[in-house]
Design a binder for this molecule. Sequence first.
Ligand code: SAM
Length: 257
Amino acid sequence: MSKPILKLQTTTLWDYPSQHYKRSMEPESKFPGATPAYVIWNLLMRFTKPNDLIIDPMCGSGTTMDVARELKRRVIGYDISPVRKDIFRADARKTPLENEKADFVFIDPPYSDHIHYSDSDDCIGKLSALKDGYYKAMQSVINEIYRIMRFERFMAVYVSDSYEKDKPFMPIGFRLFSMLCDIFTPVDIITVARHNSTLLRNNWHRAAAQHNYFLRGFNYLFIMYKTKMQDKKQEIPDRRDIKEKEKQVREYNIKKS
Ligand SMILES: C[S@@+](CC[C@H](N)C(=O)[O-])C[C@H]1O[C@@H](n2cnc3c(N)ncnc32)[C@H](O)[C@@H]1O
């Protein structure tokens, strides 16, 4: 089965049926919690240009690196537990990069402690979002992203709320968004439809109906802007010319077909 042609998403509801956007239907990435590549593709097409420096401080399987390279952007990926040789080992609370170097930063952090990423003691995926420690760690990650970003540049956080049966609901998205708004200017909030294979399991849906809770159907994508002066929070982000972006997408699709 071939995939729908890749287009810039133009509403705040993003939906694409596959983890990858290449032509054949590859299986879902084996990395637990890999980011859908089309999400990163859309962000880089809109908010960056060729040769920009893209940073992913929690880059997991390296999706951001692969998409950035394909789009001819420079990229550095870090992770507390790298799974590839081209990923540097670093804690996202202490990124080994000078101030104001990044043109764009993307992160898809752990959402509470339900996925085991690695045995590292510094893995934020070991912290439950029911406790303050998770938000303290994420505050340090957000501050660090601010430090490494150039002024008048964008960043994005891909995150989900969390619910575990018989525990309180964890509104991680709203809490992180509020922390982001303390230092960045909000640009938009996108809802990304989830197509994870776990959502195909009938018994999960049966349990959700029976016990009156909801499975996660979407992720938030928070797009933020670092203004030149921190006190000028209302400054309007410099949105790049849409015509230029459409041209990029056209050229991209011609090359791929
Ligand atoms: C949801 S995954 C990222 C998925 C990635 N975007 C991809 O497409 O594969 C979260 C990642 O955060 C990493 N991580 C957790 N704590 C970290 C920390 N303190 N510093 C850096 N990376 C961390 C985990 O090792 C994991 O790879």
